[in-house]
Design a protein around this ligand. Structure first.
Ligand SMILES: Cc1cc2nc3c(=O)[nH]c(=O)nc-3n(C[C@H](O)[C@H](O)[C@H](O)COP(=O)(O)OP(=O)(O)OC[C@H]3O[C@@H](n4cnc5c(N)ncnc54)[C@H](O)[C@@H]3O)c2cc1C
Length: 345
């Protein structure tokens, strides 16, 4: 495959225009392009109000090595092989009982999904409710201020970001292919394909709950088991190793044998961390970032980024990102919600 970068076109070109432009870059006719895909799309607003989309694409065509050698000195044309994520190969130790995963936020959901695909049939437990029932509790909280401590904006299927805009951007450098894998799983489960190549992808609040329940159904269809309103209340250890978990649901306690417990409990489950601490688990404080909120009129951001507020009709509310490095620390805008509003959590 050949990768072609820096294809600059008027915003939202048609597929044909894009293929034509890609073909032109490597001096072949569009009909010679057998397969084609978009790797990245970003916005060039340096000459605003004139706006351009800049694409990186891959193509399959005949005589690829000949073409590549012709463009040896052009850094925008290169050989391309997508990085595919692979689960690390399992050890040889036999796993006692089922793999138990606690928490159905992004960490637990993806862990269960990948393990289910690899044939593990995990048991996934979540103290909160399924995303549909959870939506009702969150709505009630916003309307009345009455909090259900087990089913709310932080707890329940989908985890803490379920009622967010679902921003998928990260500044983490990824060589293992995990980021494209996450995007692929989202796209296969109901997210728009654009997330696979947008520079600042996001899912949108309305579709996130549907994606989460599709992922859950896939886990179940692969033999995984999902239990809602089930709390991991204790762990059982023998000779310094996990041998079981205590689950509580509907006032009943149950012990399940397991040799592997994955804790994907997020940052709000203080009771769970206390229980683990009381059981003598080694804990380390994690570095954290502290932040504050800045609000600007969306008009201002659109005009600054796009050159006009009207451009947002086509492009959507504009995001932005700022970073600065000082001697002792970096400062960055973490969570930017274009056109969003603030919710109590
Ligand atoms: C309002 C809001 C908006 C956000 N927006 C974004 C965004 O746009 N993009 C982004 O990348 N990040 C966003 N975040 C941050 C993101 O949601 C978190 O980084 C992410 O959810 C962490 O995932 P996690 O799976 O580690 O934990 P969590 O999502 O916190 O999930 C942990 C789950 O474990 C369950 N649990 C805890 N203890 C137990 C127990 N003992 N037994 C059973 N179940 C248990 C909880 O109920 C919960 O569902 C947002 C967060 C909030 C609150």
């Amino acid at each position: 495959m050949i990768r072609i970068d820096q294809i600059k076109l008027q915003i939202f070109p048609s597929y044909d225009q894009l293929i034509k432009a890609a073909a032109k870059k490597i001096a072949v006719s569009p009909s010679e392009i057998r397969e084609f895909g978009i790797i990245r799309r970003s916005l060039d607003a340096r000459k605003k109000p004139d706006l351009y989309h800049v694409y990186s694409v891959w193509v399959k065509t005949a005589n690829e090595s000949k073409i590549l050698s012709r463009y040896k000195k052009d850094s925008n044309i290169s050989s391309y092989e997508p990085v595919r994520f692979e689960l690390p190969s399992p050890g040889t130790d036999e796993i006692k009982g089922k793999v138990v995963i606690t928490g159905m936020g992004p960490a637990g959901l993806f862990c269960a999904y990948e393990l289910a695909i690899a044939g593990y049939k995990p048991l996934l437990i979540e103290r909160g409710k399924s995303v549909d029932k959870r939506k009702e509790d969150v709505q009630k909280f916003w309307e009345t201020g009455i909090l259900d401590t087990e089913s709310n904006v932080q707890f329940g299927e989908g985890g803490a970001g379920t009622f967010s805009d679902g921003k998928l951007s990260t500044s983490i450098k990824d060589k293992s292919g995990r980021i494209p894998e996450v995007m692929k799983v989202f796209a296969e489960n109901g997210a728009p394909d654009e997330i696979l190549y947008e520079q600042m992808p996001h899912l949108g609040t309305d579709i996130l709950p549907g994606i989460v329940s599709n992922i859950r159904e896939k886990i179940i269809s692969l033999g995984g088991e999902v239990r809602f309103e089930t709390l991991l209340s204790d762990i059982v250890c023998e000779e310094g190793k996990i041998s079981g978990v205590i689950l509580e649901s509907d006032g009943k306690r149950e012990e399940i044998e397991t040799g592997v417990l994955i804790l994907a409990t997020g940052h709000s489950a203080r009771d769970t961390y206390k229980m683990l601490y009381d059981r003598g688990l080694k804990m380390e404080q994690k570095p954290f970032a502290a932040g504050f909120r800045v609000q600007h009129p969306q008009r201002l951001i659109n005009s600054d980024r796009y050159g006009s507020d009207e451009a947002a009709d086509k492009l959507g509310a504009s995001p932005y990102k700022v970073t600065a490095n000082f001697e002792d620390r970096g400062v960055f805008s973490f969570c930017m919600c274009p056109g969003g509003y603030v919710v109590n959590s």
